[in-house]
Design a protein around this ligand. Structure first.
Ligand SMILES: [Ca+2]
Length: 737
């Protein structure tokens, strides 16, 4: 079943001549801020003159960088709300803009020189350039530049052949034992299966794999969600055209992390690593079997069919992962790359530390392989960065793997890295057992997803401490088996977390809660938001129990067991009715209002009617009327018909004038049914066709009116009673012929 792959192994075989030259520039020593490293600069200058250009990563003096970074790092897991997204985006944009502004300021100083801008980073104060000797000199002189680091390609840490077993021990003779799928063994050994049994599978979390890309179609990744990106300048180390699938130096989106062709040694390294961290198919599974994958392809193709990652591309990958933290819950970054220089001290001047620090400040661990050189007192770069989680390889029997790079303090954790069976790039169903610190590292990155699944608020320091204090000590021949460095046991680490407290949520009738009523366990210090959700026409009253509050939602801080009850009631009901002759606004019906609501109801009389009075919960004739809904209420609007006056008419011939003319005399009396209505006026209209036009308005004391009718024609009049509120009653019609 096992097909051992023949890989390039052992210590540094640098395939590219330039690399050999470049690597002499390393190790760079701490660049004191504001006091640039003279020796480093001289080396860069030498390269620039001999090659014509030199690639540099420029550390920028960005004003308020600490404050801007801290404001951005307040945002950890994926955005819970639009408000958080807006706030995070604002903080990230402020940081990016400040870096960009400073970068352009420096670039302005380089005017007239030859340079290429490879990357201006968005979350760390760096930019990557390729510069001429003269531009380099200006960078060195710039007061805005704090330091310069050569941008060099770093080799993939390729798997090693099975020739050893445990360091310092006689070679193991691996017989039939090797034919079993050892991922099964190692995943169980680190306690992942126990953690799955508790429900912690990494579901909902992403492991970012900064590597050679991935064969997404492999069966081991069935059902996974992929987020992909590529940063690969190509062997020329300059942007524009590059080694991403689109032919450019950068690419994001589906297909961007597809691996290089199989002619490149280690092309399917990322596929193997991703499988160890998250794979899941049939009876075989990686550590965080339900986690998803953020695949970042950072390797460029070099001569000799070798793959290496420019530091500036690795940095771009880390920068990109940080930018995705609001979109995806990212548990850890897996990096299995390393230079061939042995570091016996923290390499904290490395630009990648800034990116690793940023990720760490938002709870994302960067797990880095220590390298496969078999060193005793050092690890490779970037595993030497103190804020990384550097991982060494152990055997399934907890010895140090013979190829492991060991250091008493720079090596933080051991994980199984010997004979690890995982997915390969040959086909969608191909697997193989590989050896390497690259295989150990994804055990840790996967474990991080399980820990995050259990405790999303856990910091990198919390988890590293938990893994270190609960791990099994692995000893090394390097110091005579004196110093134990913990091999992870993720189940024990989970068990070491505070067990948490119970929150019991109850609800009265007329409502429920979110989360729904029940008992939940939360970690100590967790702030739980509980929302009271009333039924239709009901309202939330208050919380009782461990807290007394009328706030909704309410936040419960879990520093002890708590019981809270949401109390609800039916809202006060308002019944509105209208008698004959009118309606209301709101229209007659039954309404529910939150307690305390002031409701205004307007009575609207029909034509010839007048609003008379309210009855039931209100009285009087104020219109509109206001009611405060402190209990159930009802309103009845009464209306009255305004009767027409009882009218007659006659005409008399007026002989005073030579021309004949009549005087129409209208007389009326008040309708007895209008008693009690405040009739203050009468109006007389002349009807022409159907249109009335006002003839005269008279005080209610006047009950007769004379109208000269010169034309002697028939005239139709209407007489209406008018109330003090200017409501007209029904018309009395008088026709005089
Ligand atoms: Ca290029």
């Amino acid at each position: 079943m096992r097909k051992p792959l023949m890989k390039v192994r052992g210590s540094a075989i640098i395939s590219c001549l330039i690399l050999t030259v470049l690597l002499t520039a390393f190790p760079i020593h701490s660049i004191a801020q504001n006091q640039k490293d003279r020796a480093n600069f001289d080396q860069l200058t030498q390269i620039a003159w001999s090659e014509g250009t030199v690639r540099v990563i420029v550390r920028l003096d960005v004003p308020l960088i600490k404050e801007l970074t801290a404001a951005s790092a307040k945002f950890w897991v994926a955005d819970a709300s639009e408000a958080i997204r807006v706030a995070r985006t604002a903080a990230d944009t402020a940081l990016k803009d400040a870096i960009e502004y400073t970068a352009w300021k420096v670039l302005a100083e380089l005017q007239g020189t030859n340079y290429d801008v490879n990357t201006i980073y968005r979350s760390i104060p760096f930019m990557a350039l390729r510069v001429s000797p003269y531009a380099l000199a200006l960078l060195e002189d710039s007061t805005t530049v704090l330091g310069l680091e050569e941008d060099i390609p770093i080799k993939l840490i390729e798997p090693v052949e099975e020739s050893g077993g445990e360091k310092g021990k006689t070679s193991l003779t691996d017989s039939g034992d090797l034919d079993r799928p050892s991922l099964d063994v190692s995943v169980d050994l680190i306690g992942a299966k126990t953690a799955w049994g508790w429900g912690y599978t990494g579901a909902g979390w992403y492991v970012a794999v900064l590597d050679t890309g991935i064969r997404k179609t492999h069966q081991f990744f069935t059902g996974k969600t992929f987020v992909e990106a590529c940063f690969a300048l190509g062997s020329d180390g300059v942007g524009g055209a590059g080694d991403c699938p689109n032919g450019n130096a950068t690419m994001t989106g589906p297909g961007s992390a597809v691996h290089h062709s199989s002619s490149y040694s280690g092309y399917d390294h990322g596929t193997h690593v991703s499988g160890i961290a998250t794979g899941n198919y049939g009876s075989l599974a990686g550590v965080a079997k339900n986690a998803n994958i953020l695949a970042i392809q950072v390797f460029s193709k070099f001569s000799g069919n070798a793959l290496s990652s420019w530091n500036s591309d690795t940095l771009a990958g880390l920068d990109y992962i940080y930018s995705l933290r609001g979109s995806y819950n990212i548990a850890a970054v897996n990096m299995s790359l390393g230079g061939s220089t042995r570091y016996s001290y923290s390499c904290d001047s490395d630009s990648r530390k800034a990116a690793i620090d940023n990720l760490r400040s938002v709870g994302i661990a960067t797990a880095i392989a220590t390298g496969n050189n078999g060193w005793c007192t050092g690890v490779s770069s970037p595993g030497c960065i103190s804020s990384s989680v550097s991982v060494g390889a152990s055997t399934d029997s907890d010895g140090e793997a013979y190829f492991n790079n060991w250091h008493a303090t720079l090596l933080k954790l051991f994980a199984p890295g010997y004979q690890i069976y995982s997915s390969t790039g040959t086909s969608d169903s191909s697997y193989a057992s590989w050896n390497g610190t690259s295989m150990a590292t994804p055990h840790v990155a996967g474990a991080w997803a399980l820990l995050k699944h259990r405790l999303s608020s856990g910091s990198v320091t919390d988890f590293l401490n938990a893994l270190r204090t609960t791990g099994v000590s692995v000893y090394s021949v390097c110091d005579g088996y004196a110093t134990g460095i913990p091999r992870i046991r993720v189940d024990r680490a989970i068990q070491s977390f505070p067990t948490g407290y119970a929150l019991t949520i109850q609800s009265s009738q007329y409502g429920t809660t979110n989360p729904t009523p029940g008992t939940y366990t939360y970690d100590q210090g967790t702030q739980v938001q509980v929302t009271a959700v009333p039924d239709t026409n009901c309202e939330f009253v208050n919380w009782t129990g461990s807290i007394s509050s009328t706030q909704n939602p309410v936040t419960v801080t879990m520093n002890s067991d708590q019981t809270i009850k949401a109390n609800f009631r039916v809202k006060p009901k308002l019944t509105i009715q209208a008698g004959a002759g009118g309606t209301t606004t709101p229209s007659p019906g039954v309404y529910y209002y939150a307690t305390g609501t002031v409701v205004q109801v307007t009575a609207i009389p029909d034509t010839y009617f007048i609003f008379n009075m309210w009855s039931e919960s209100a009285s009087g004739s104020a219109n509109p009327v206001s009611l405060t809904m402190d209990s159930d209420k009802s309103l009845y609007a009464h209306f009255r018909y305004i009767y027409p006056p009882i009218a007659t008419g006659r005409k008399v011939l007026n002989r005073t004038f030579s021309q004949a003319e009549y005087i129409n005399i209208l007389s009326w009396t008040a309708h007895p049914s209008n008693a009690g209505l405040d009739i203050t006026k009468y109006r007389i209209y002349i009807i022409s066709g159907t249109t009335p036009s006002l003839l005269v308005e008279l005080a209610s004391s006047q009950l007769e009116y004379s109208h000269r009718n010169v034309g002697q024609a028939t005239i139709q009049y209407t007489i209406v009673a008018v109330t003090s509120s200017n409501r007209e009653g029904a018309p009395a019609t008088v026709t005089i012929q």
